[in-house]
Design a binder for this molecule. Sequence first.
Ligand SMILES: Nc1ncnc2c1ncn2[C@@H]1O[C@H](COP(=O)(O)OP(=O)(O)OP(=O)(O)O)[C@@H](O)[C@H]1O
Length: 263
Amino acid sequence: MNAVTEIELAGVEKRYSVPGGGAVHALSHTDLSVRKGEFLVLLGPSGCGKTTLLRMVGGLLAPSAGQINIGGRSLWRGTARDPAALNELGMVFQDANLFPWRSIERNVALPLELRRVPRAARLDRARALCRTVGLAGFEKRWPRELSGGMRQRAAIARALAGDPEILLMDEPFGALDAMTREAMNIETQRIWMETGKTVILVTHSISEAVFLADRVVLLSPRPGRIDSIHEIELPRPRTPETQTLPAFQAHVRDLRRRLEAVS
Ligand SMILES: Nc1ncnc2c1ncn2[C@@H]1O[C@H](COP(=O)(O)OP(=O)(O)OP(=O)(O)O)[C@@H](O)[C@H]1O
């Protein structure tokens, strides 16, 4: 059976206009298919267009050209967005962006509140999501009472609140210390395996990319474009020991070499 395509980019480009005239060609003609349930990682040097690509797929930034399909629906019609396609997208950023005056469960429930889901139902769902992301017992706490890693768990729970098919993560663990980051990688893999979502994650870290990805898409800059796509066929679930496997280290070496060549 053929894998189902969840996200399809065809000829997608982005030029930013710059004050005073001219344009930055942030992403040139890009074609990419992401399979349903796939974990795809975007890796590349600073300025190669990773965030630009993710924000276009997330419905936050209109492409200058090309087509983005989400679950077979065209996301963008000029600068307007298809609401049904948008409903399939949840986003997590480097900063958790929790409202400090809302408890964790009320932060997680916020997207449901905006959709006018009744209070009891949305809090039930928020509490279940807190369990999914390992925050059971912290539902009533305030964001300031949680560590950075726990706040990112809450941000993941909030992104999952509307039950989107797709989770888009932009350097979600970039601000965390190395040990918390490793723990969050393991948690992210667990949540992905349990929920079956399609994930696109942006990172600067080669080892994070190899640890998490089914495929790593390496981008190169000036202008941003896909340099190469690397299949990571390491068994799941991956554990800290996975990083000691020769196959893991070979992927890291390959990607480092490629990254140095394109930087
Ligand atoms: N709003 C904007 N206006 C003009 N140029 C922009 C804008 N946003 C990004 N750019 C430029 O587009 C290019 C791609 O930027 P983008 O942030 O997508 O790269 P990135 O790979 O995510 O970088 P990083 O890893 O540093 O976050 C860069 O040259 C950047 O300077």
